[in-house]
Design a protein around this ligand. Structure first.
Ligand code: ASC
Length: 149
């Protein structure tokens, strides 16, 4: 019993480190987060023509793209650990000097994408349009503050 409690306590204490420990090197973390953003941008971008009425609304296709965006939206954040501010990255130092603001901005994007996902799953084009706009603004807000040109 005592061992179990100790093991649980150790696991809980380790939790904050697990997210960073999965990358062998800072470059790996930078590559990983950029890859997640690249895939996210590709599938988010495919929604643009539908939302603008340049391409017919196919609810299944939109939902499939949004599902990928939603999965990707959750991934980059664990890859902004210590030491990943230098290298092949446009990440601004403010990510690490103003962590609370960055966290809020990232959570706003994840939330906006979850709203888009609900709209896509409901097959509601008007809601897809509205939540797509909001999600795009959440992307941009974070870029304005935390990404170099
Ligand atoms: C995209 C994309 C982004 C966001 C952002 C929205 O399609 O690649 O980074 O939308 O431009 O303002």
């Amino acid at each position: 019993m005592k061992f179990v409690r100790l093991a649980v306590a150790a696991a809980v204490m380790m939790t904050p480190f697990i997210s960073h420990a999965q990358f062998a090197k800072p470059e790996d973390a930078i590559k990983y987060r950029k890859a997640a953003f690249t895939v996210m941008a590709s599938h988010f971008g495919r929604l643009g023509p539908v939302v603008r009425g340049e391409r017919p609304y196919n609810a299944q296709e939109v939902a499939a793209n949004v599902a990928i965006v939603e999965t990707m939206s959750k991934l980059p954040w664990a890859a902004f650990g210590p030491g990943t501010d230098k290298g092949d990255t446009r990440a601004k130092p403010e990510i690490w000097s103003n962590e609370a603001k960055f966290k809020t901005a990232s959570e706003n994007m994840v939330k906006a994408v979850a709203d888009l996902s609900a709209a896509a799953q409901a097959g509601d084009l008007d809601k897809v349009k509205a939540t797509f706009g909001a999600a795009g603004r959440a992307c941009k807000a974070c870029h304005d503050d935390f990404r170099k040109e």
